[in-house]
Design a binder for this molecule. Structure first.
Ligand code: PXP
Length: 242
């Protein structure tokens, strides 16, 4: 099976810092530890309300990372301008609502298609790889390919939150196959933990996972290095890799 990349989302290192609005813990320093522990890339979400990541964090990550930087942003002019200036390796377009605790659903690519198509065109013109964070729904996957995205990131929240329901996993399997058949790279993420990652990691069409909250939470007890190595071991075991 093809290798599975692990991108670590360091947003919640910034969440902890913003609880006191001080200068620690530093998400860029955390990202370096993630890279040392074998992360294939680093993800950060610059939200419009700047609740965790700040503009200076995004600049610092862009300057210091040794691995690819996946910047998550909403599809707004302000955020697209930041991406065009920074030129991260990849931009993942995500839906954003100010009152939500976290990104609750995928991007609705059946609406505001002109805005999404324009965003993809702007990012491509800046040589940035584009990914759309979407739900595992056939019409949504089809529309994502039609819009010309390089990749889709499948929202794994329904699977993670309903572990005893087979349907969300079946939907992820089908959407992954569909996405690959339509010529896109397939990523996945949201709510994944060491305990639930295996069935998702075992989907051969998925090539990248984005994981944040559970790793930062585990790191409080065992440190980032061990938290990441545990996740990698769980992924490799599911993938049949060593
Ligand atoms: N992928 C995307 C697009 C996200 O918005 C998030 C949450 O910020 C994640 C992955 C990671 O989710 P979690 O923090 O639950 O691992």
């Amino acid at each position: 099976m093809a290798p599975l990349r692990l991108y670590i989302n360091v947003d919640h290192v910034a969440t902890l810092r913003q609880a006191r609005r001080t200068d620690e813990p530093d998400p860029t320093a955390a990202a370096r530890l993630c890279e040392d522990a074998g992360a294939d890339g680093i993800t950060a979400h610059l939200r419009e309300d700047r609740r965790h990541m700040q503009d200076a964090d995004i600049d610092a990550l862009r300057m210091s990372l040794r691995t690819p930087f996946n910047l998550e942003i909403a599809c707004t002019d302000e955020m697209l301008a930041i991406a065009e200036r920074l030129k991260p390796y990849q931009v993942t377009l995500v839906p954003e609502r100010r009152e939500e605790v976290t990104t609750e659903g995928g991007l609705d690519v059946t609406r505001a298609t002109d805005a999404i198509a324009d965003a993809i065109a702007r990012l491509k013109a800046a040589n940035i790889r584009t990914s759309l964070f979407v739900d595992a729904v056939p019409m949504i996957v089809e529309r994502s390919a039609w819009l010309g995205a390089h990749a889709i990131e499948l929202h794994t929240g329904a699977y993670a939150h309903h572990p005893h329901d087979d349907r969300p996993l079946a939907a992820l399997q089908a959407a992954s196959k569909q996405g690959r058949t339509l010529g896109m790279a397939v990523h996945a993420g949201h709510g994944l933990t060491v305990r639930n990652v295996a069935p998702v990691a075992a989907i051969a069409d998925i090539e990248e996972l984005n994981i944040g909250h559970s790793i930062v939470s585990r790191a409080v007890f065992v440190g980032l290095d061990r938290a990441i190595r545990e996740m990698r071991a769980a992924m490799n075991a599911a993938r049949g890799a060593r």
